[in-house]
Design a protein around this ligand. Structure first.
Ligand SMILES: N[C@@H](CCC(=O)N[C@@H](CS)C(=O)NCC(=O)O)C(=O)O
Length: 211
């Protein structure tokens, strides 16, 4: 059994959606990051960086933070499901997973901070992060003009990227400007595991539907 420490954020949803896709049994341990639960000594012993998501796998004794590492661990545990088996596909998956972890996630996160939650306080930061978010949407749109999913078949890289794109409204992004991203977003949003994993640890609002 796996314990998933999470909250209803893009990084948390990456792992809950993956666990649903892999059909691995897990129990949810909500960590309310708005109440400071991520700073308790008990949670820091599991996730030393004080961020969700984190897991404890009671089958193996593994404790882990960092969503990208957790996703690779879980996919391996499930026998390599949602990881391309061919060499080219594998590294393409890894490339887009790293793109999400090092690029889209941090830049979109800053966009949420400045554009959504602190408008007017730092116009330079708002412009910088929103422009970078738009640039990254463009990169994804170009990649998806050649294929349905970032590494060919649906993989953990798509699951890592998707919850960040699901915040397009917070980012003031019009998905109609990125038609390939919009089609990909809707394809993934329609998956039952995505609909279920999105609402972990509890329902906040419906999965956003672009108009
Ligand atoms: N690189 C980390 C980032 C994790 C992260 O930033 N989590 C946010 C929620 S999306 C968090 O726990 N924030 C709490 C805080 O900032 O104190 C990962 O991918 O797991």
């Amino acid at each position: 059994m796996i314990d998933l420490y999470t909250w209803g954020t893009p990084n948390g949803r990456k792992v809950s959606i993956l666990l649903e896709e892999l059909e691995l049994p897990y129990q949810v341990k909500p960590i309310d990051i708005t109440a400071g639960d991520q700073k308790t000594p008990e949670f820091l012993a599991i996730s030393p960086n004080g961020r969700i998501p984190a897991i404890v796998d009671h089958d193996t004794g593994v404790r882990m933070m960092e969503s990208g590492a957790i996703m690779l661990y879980l996919a391996k545990k499930a026998g390599g499901k949602l990881v391309p088996s061919d060499e080219t596909g594998y590294w393409q998956m890894m490339e887009w997973l790293m793109w999400q972890m090092g690029g889209l996630g941090p830049m979109a996160g800053q966009t949420h901070h400045f554009v959504r939650f602190n408008p007017g306080k730092a116009p330079y930061a708002e412009e910088r992060y929103l422009n970078e978010a738009k640039r990254l949407y463009g990169v994804l749109d170009t990649a998806l003009s050649e294929r349905d999913y970032v590494a060919g078949d649906y993989s953990i890289a798509d699951i890592a990227i998707w919850p960040w794109i699901s915040r397009f409204e917070w980012q003031t992004i019009d998905l109609n400007q990125y038609p390939n991203v919009k089609g990909w977003y809707n394809r993934i949003a329609g998956r039952p595991a995505v609909q279920k994993g999105y609402h972990i640890p509890h329902f906040v609002s419906d999965v956003p539907v672009p108009t």
